[in-house]
Design a protein around this ligand. Structure first.
Ligand code: IPD
Length: 309
């Protein structure tokens, strides 16, 4: 019901704040170099040399999981660190009320003290991401959304923030657009392999879609933040026009998808079988590996005119 969803939203917002504070404290210790124990936050490899986990990932996940299972014992919990330790996983999202959590998205950023890292918490029901909370504590940005209630930055500013009343993006794209895309973790450089395809796409976006196509106007920029869920928050904000990544998991995108859709953005997937067969969300298909997100169009010129009168 509406009341139940609102209650879950309030719980998720509070939980996101507390988990984000844990990340902030841990990162501050790392920054100060003040502790030789926990603050060192030794990281270990998972799949390969760029797939890393720190003590902080695990501590925050344990905290969030305990809070959720105490409050909602019948809900399912899907967390990055509980699932990514080697065991081949089945499709994780289904009809049941499910929490999908990345305790620290942007782990490499966190390790290198680049501030684009966050906690990412989503509540999903009947395969729909209904609630999203993303807190990037080092830049004081807190994104949240609840189906039917809107998407917000720092709880007060409604998303999207960036509006383009004169030229809604699709008409002039790629001119004036900012693309965001991620390198992901699969660095196999085999012919037609992951790395090869990605480099090609990045170069195409930066160059071909820039001036060379002669179609007038240049793409404004290509970005790679290192946190898929934050990328989606910035698409929801309207700062990024387009985002794509091939290779991320449910927890990398779930909260971002909730926020993006609530802000009026679009998200689609483009996976080859057999993954496609396991994608149970018709529009977003959480559990896919390849995603494409497009920013909200924002209000039309007439709407904006009306608003400013
Ligand atoms: C990663 C980040 C990164 C993306 C990877 C993710 P993690 O998540 O979102 O931007 O390219 O696909 O796995 O490991 O930092 O939680």
């Amino acid at each position: 019901s509406r009341e139940e969803l609102d209650e879950i939203y309030a719980f998720a917002v509070d939980l996101g704040k507390r988990a984000g504070q844990m990340l902030k404290d841990a990162a501050q210790l790392r920054m100060d170099g003040s502790s030789r124990t926990k603050a060192q936050d030794e990281h270990v490899q998972k799949m390969n040399a760029v797939d890393l986990v720190t003590e902080t990932d695990e501590d925050v996940e344990a905290f969030v999981k305990t809070e959720i299972t105490n409050k909602y014992p019948s809900h399912k919990f899907v967390g990055e660190e509980s699932y990514s330790k080697g065991v081949r996983r089945d499709y994780l999202i289904d009809e049941n009320p499910t929490w999908c959590v990345d305790p620290l998205d942007g782990t490499v950023n966190y390790i290198h003290l680049f501030p684009m890292f966050c906690v990412s918490i989503a509540f999903i029901h009947k395969n729909k991401p209904l609630i999203g909370v993303i807190y990037a504590p080092f830049i004081n940005q807190f994104f949240s959304s609840c189906a039917g209630r809107g998407a917000f930055l720092n709880e007060t500013q409604k998303l999207p923030l960036i509006r383009n009343p004169i030229a809604p993006m699709p008409e002039k794209a790629p001119a004036g657009c900012v693309f965001s895309c991620e390198w992901g973790k699969d660095r196999r450089d085999i012919p037609d392999g992951n790395m090869h395809r990605k480099i090609e796409s990045f170069v195409n976006m930066a160059a071909e879609l820039g001036g060379r196509s002669g179609r007038g106007g240049m793409v404004h920029g290509v970005r790679s933040l290192g946190s898929a869920t934050l990328d989606l928050a910035y698409v929801a904000m309207g700062s990024f026009d387009i985002w794509w990544e091939g290779g991320c998991w449910e927890w990398d995108v779930a909260a971002g998808v909730a926020i993006l859709l609530e802000a009026g953005g679009l998200m689609t997937t483009a996976n080859p079988p057999p993954d496609e067969a396991t994608c149970l969300i018709p529009d977003v298909k959480l559990g896919s590996r390849l995603y494409l997100a497009i920013r909200p169009a924002g209000p039309s010129a007439t709407e904006t005119g009306r608003q400013s009168q």
